[in-house]
Design a protein around this ligand. Structure first.
Ligand code: XMP
Length: 509
């Protein structure tokens, strides 16, 4: 990949945001941990240093050797990056005695291509506890804020720009202009990373890589596997064999509807109804992680059986995307605890000896959608809410039975169709219903009932890592609750989940 920007990650919470902003400018970039400079360093035309939770003054702070970059490539050093360049370049960094977090306004902006088109007084976002007291050698001051004298500097002889604020965050009003100025005007990068260009080069690469071999790919109905399949199909046609498994835990009518849609898209897809195998394996299993394991295990068995029916398959196609692969820099150094084992479909048994092809491995989720649109995939498929691999299996608390699945499918259907009809579906990141393992007393007509309770959940999020509940209109909730209780036998109570993540999670199991 030519025309590429390297983002060196020092563990900032905003590193992925830097990459997304760069990509939004139609410029390709990759994130690498600060201590693993890529072997093909010469192919990168510019380098961005991220922020960091560390203080450059601390012993444990990342102190990589940047001598192969400094002075050789245009460099933008953000926050910690700017302090790092100052600290090791003859300047002085010290803990700051004023609070420097949140909004600030630039002042005294010098005339420089870096700030071209940026208004005086422009709002920027600060998030740091050290400050640059003295600029590094050879540096000139480019801008200050009310509290921070050295908010931006330039070392002209080395083509380095250091900024204390974060151009990647939304609250830095002209952050995109500043990034564009650096990347396009100063570093000379071309803005040619577009969805159409991606499709064209990827299809050509896939043709080259796969040749006349056959590829098998598991479709889930989700955005990533669908876009991966359509890209591969464009490259190798019916040598791509897609498998779409009904695990009996899908939404109402989803298996038939999605299969139909895939066939309309021209994909060579086989639908495999393995509901009974999954539901049998779940009999008597109550623990959420045990359920995930059982579903994952049966999926691999079913997929394996089907894959063996495709003679001479050499490759396994997967819809892996970039955030799944970025090696993260841990601020604590320790492994994080497993809250839920999300990636239950962890791959195929080794003996299948398939090579793996991942056409989306360099894309962020929003880019996958844009590529999907450029491939002509219907909006309905691209805008679909995320749906977990184990499906309704982790939305039925406790043991999963056929009867419970049938109840939850009806409830979910009423809720999701309602969101669509009320124009709320696209305003919500993810929504679903949970079947709770409690019965409660109700009254219908003159009869006492003792039936199930369901919880509705709708959240706003950007990546599922954090989420907040959505303030759905009361009228909508009222109508949905009535519909559910009147139309779904066995349910006499509906509640709405108003917990954020953290401390709750999106799914209940
Ligand atoms: P949580 O419940 O951890 O969910 O807040 C975050 C996102 O992950 C999805 N999720 C899963 N996806 N297998 C999946 O493929 C799983 O086991 C799984 N568990 C949760 C969840 O739907 C949400 O989008």
């Amino acid at each position: 990949m030519q025309n590429n920007v390297l983002i060196l990650d020092f563990g900032s919470q905003y590193t992925q945001l830097i990459a997304r902003r760069v990509r939004e400018l139609n410029i390709f970039c990759e994130i690498k941990p600060y201590n693993k400079l890529p072997e093909n360093l010469e192919e990168f035309k510019a380098v961005i240093l991220s922020g960091s939770p560390f203080s450059t003054l601390s012993e444990e702070a990342p102190h990589p050797d940047l001598s192969r970059i400094k002075g050789h490539k245009p460099m933008l050093a953000i926050c910690y990056g700017a302090q790092y360049i100052a600290h090791f370049g003859g300047g002085n960094v010290a803990p700051s005695n004023t609070r420097e977090y949140g909004r600030a306004k630039l002042a005294h902006i010098q005339a420089d291509p870096f700030f071209k088109g940026v208004q005086p007084d422009s709002q920027v976002w600060m998030s740091h506890s050290d400050t640059i007291q003295q600029l590094p050698e050879g540096a000139e001051l480019l801008a200050s804020t009310h509290d921070v004298t050295n908010a931006a500097y330039k070392i002209a002889s080395q083509n380095i720009y250091g900024i204390q604020f974060h151009p990647e965050v939304y609250h830095t009003k002209e952050g995109t202009t500043i990034l564009r100025n650096f990347l396009v005007d100063i570093a000379g990068l071309e803005q040619n990373w577009t969805p159409d260009a991606f499709v064209e080069t990827t299809v050509a690469e896939l043709k080259e890589e796969i040749g006349n071999d056959k590829v098998i790919l598991g479709l889930s109905g989700g955005v990533d596997s669908t876009v991966a399949a359509v890209l591969l199909h464009k490259a190798i046609g019916n040598h791509l064999h897609c498998i779409f498994v009904n695990n009996g835990l899908l939404r109402k009518n989803e298996f038939e509807d999605v299969l139909d849609q895939y066939e309309h898209m021209g994909l060579n897809v086989k639908g495999v109804d393995a509901s009974a195998r999954f539901l049998d394996a779940l009999a008597g299993v109550e623990d959420p992680e045990a359920k995930r394991k059982a579903i994952g295990r049966v999926f691999i068995e079913v997929f394996d059986d089907e894959a063996h029916k495709v003679e001479d398959a050499r490759w396994l196609g997967q819809g892996t995307i970039y955030p799944d692969r970025i090696e993260s820099v841990s601020a604590t150094g320790g492994p994080s605890a497993t809250i839920k084992s999300h990636h239950n479909v962890g791959g195929l048994p080794d003996y299948m000896k398939l090579k793996v092809v991942e056409p989306l491995k360099m894309l962020f989720k929003d880019e996958v959608r844009r590529v999907g649109a450029s491939l002509g995939i219907p909006d309905e498929r691209l805008g679909r809410h995320p749906f977990p691999g184990p499906g309704l299996g982790i939305r039925i608390l406790g043991e999963v039975t056929r009867e419970k699945v049938a109840i939850l499918q009806e409830v979910d259907h009423i809720f999701i169709r309602g969101l669509q009809e009320w124009g709320l579906y696209d305003k919500v990141w993810q929504a679903g219903a949970m079947l709770l393992p409690v019965n409660s007393v109700g009254v219908m007509g003159d009869e006492r009932t003792y039936e199930k309770c369901v919880a509705l959940r709708a959240v706003e999020s950007t990546d599922g890592m954090t989420a907040d509940w959505v303030n759905l209109p009361y009228d909508f909730l009222q109508k949905t609750s009535n519909d559910i209780i009147n139309k779904v036998p066995g349910v006499n109570r509906v509640v709405y989940d108003i917990s954020s993540k953290p401390p709750a999670t999106i799914e209940w199991e």
